[in-house]
Ligand binder design. Structure first.
Ligand SMILES: Cc1cc2nc3c(=O)[nH]c(=O)nc-3n(C[C@H](O)[C@H](O)[C@H](O)COP(=O)(O)O)c2cc1C
Length: 488
């Protein structure tokens, strides 16, 4: 049975936390009832859920109301999904500062790495950003938080106008009430379409069933139709349907407003000028076409509403940060699980087994150190590193490599090495190191910084060669040569 955790955090919206428990409990009952007449194995997949908080104690929602929870985060050994409800906005109308939830963010990251699906509703999406789960992922949040989300988590690929997005086990929903969408989407992903249909029928379905007795599995079709939100949505719709000659003047008249008012409203809603807004919506269309079609760039530029290929390329680079063809390759790789196999992730336990086997056959030492952890400890060392140094794996992992220098800390190579690490440059130095039995050896050390697809430093890779014999031979040859010269 699939297990969903509702994460209770102080400051969350009470409606979101309680609403999620209500909707999941109603859905669970409806699915069990639908299963009752048939053998359990042939029925619809069921799920269970649990409410949890950092301490296992009550959650104090934004309005001061307390809600009990069943357990603490740390007591949850495994789960299939976690949902983070929306938070109440702070005094400035923004999502709260998420750094206060650092340990919850780490907990989310750990469960995601172990295969759980993580969902964020409205401003709850910011906590997923804090956990690094939005890096390189397509995501959404409430429209008034878009710019803030982009700024706080620049590696998040924030899609405007999307109400719910799932990207590689991360689900994000727009709007404080998106917990309905996220909850139902989760049920669909974990338990299948039929379970989601039953759940939707008993939670958000229409008041009366249609004549043929079946209902479409609506995942909530609530769209705000008031205020700036409606204005933006309408502006976006008009731009999407426009042709290449369409400009800000046309947009103003299509929205029955003056250019001045259009300018003011767009600035207020999304901080963009009408021209930038039009370009961005067109680039969004082009991104979707690049992801879903094999159209040549020129055709695609026209389909997205650009006058010519050159202006499309310029605008695309400005918004997406790369060329259209590069984006196509990147988006494809991103959507293929295989491409992830060798991409490095932070959790050392998931460094792929195959890669580990390959590295164990190397004739040199191979280490990975994690610069995000205190004092950059070793998180991986292959067999040869253990053989060269004489230390066992449990004596190596978690320590900074400097333990191999013993008290011999005044070495010329170390100065260069420190400088390279500081500036994240590759470096090669030879250091005097000491084996566990005290023997000195000459360690020719090659260090390379490893960056992920977004240019974030994730590990340093160290390759160690024991060049003691080689240096001894070279020295002997040098001595002999000197002797010969002195004789001659
Ligand atoms: C990936 C990696 C591997 C390293 N391997 C070694 C090593 O095998 N032997 C060694 O003496 N230092 C090694 N170092 C260098 C030390 O960890 C440390 O950076 C160095 O001593 C300078 O820092 P410190 O002044 O804080 O000691 C390695 C560093 C990195 C990043």
């Amino acid at each position: 049975m699939q297990k969903i955790v509702i994460a209770g955090l102080d400051g969350c919206l009470g409606s979101a936390f309680l609403g999620l428990t209500d909707i999941l409990s109603l859905a669970r009952r409806a699915i069990s009832a639908a299963n009752a007449p048939v053998a359990a194995s042939s029925g619809v997949n069921e799920f269970c859920f649990v409410t949890a908080s950092p301490s296992g104690g009550p959650v104090v929602a934004a309005d001061g109301v307390r809600f009990e929870t069943e357990t603490s985060f740390e007591e949850i050994a495994s789960c299939d999904a976690i949902i983070v409800p929306s938070f109440a906005p702070d005094a400035n109308g923004k999502a709260p500062d998420m750094s206060i939830f650092a340990s919850t963010a780490a907990w989310l990251r750990r469960h995601h790495a172990r295969g759980a699906m993580i969902g964020g509703c409205g401003s709850g999406v910011f906590l997923l950003g804090e956990a690094g789960l939005l890096d390189g992922r397509r995501c959404t949040t409430s429209w008034w938080h878009h710019e803030d989300l982009r700024q706080r988590y620049p590696r998040a690929d924030v899609a405007r106008g999307a109400r719910i997005i799932e990207d590689r086990r991360v689900i994000t929903g727009a709007g404080p009430l998106s917990w309905i969408d996220v909850g139902l989407h989760m049920i669909r992903s974990l338990c299948g379409v039929e379970a989601a249909r039953i759940a939707a029928d008993f939670t958000v379905g229409e008041p009366t069933p249609p004549k043929n007795g079946t209902r479409a599995p609506t995942f909530g079709a609530i769209t705000s139709s008031t205020g700036v939100d409606a204005f933006l949505a309408e502006a976006e719709r008009v731009v999407r349907q426009s042709d290449a000659n369409f400009n800000s003047q046309n947009l103003a008249s299509a929205l029955s407003t003056s250019e001045r008012t259009l300018h003011r409203k767009l600035k207020q809603a999304c901080g963009e000028s009408p021209k930038t807004f039009i370009d961005r919506i067109r680039v969004e269309t082009a991104r979707m076409l690049l992801e879903t079609s094999a159209k040549p760039v020129k055709e695609l530029a026209a389909a997205a509403g650009f006058l010519d290929e050159a202006s499309f390329r310029r605008a695309f680079r400005r918004f997406a940060g790369m060329a259209p063809s590069a984006y196509r390759v990147w988006a494809r790789a991103k959507s293929q699980d295989k491409a992830q196999m060798f991409s490095l992730r932070k959790e050392s336990e998931i460094i792929p087994e195959i890669l580990t086997k390959i590295l164990d056959t190397c004739v040199n030492g191979v280490t990975l150190t994690d610069p995000d952890l205190e004092d950059s400890p070793i998180v991986y060392a292959n067999k040869q590193f253990q053989e060269i140094t004489g230390y066992a794996s449990n004596e190596i992992l978690g320590r900074n490599c400097r333990f191999l220098q013993g008290k011999d800390r005044d070495q010329e190579g170390l100065r260069r090495l420190r400088e390279a690490l500081k500036t994240r440059q590759p470096v090669e130095v030879t250091l005097r190191n000491y084996r566990k039995n005290g023997d000195v050896f000459q360690n020719k050390l090659n260090i390379t910084p490893l960056f992920d697809a977004e240019g974030r430093l994730i590990y340093f890779l160290g390759v160690q060669f024991d060049v003691t014999e080689q240096l001894r031979a070279e020295n002997e040859i040098g001595d002999l040569r000197a002797k010969l010269q002195s004789i001659g």
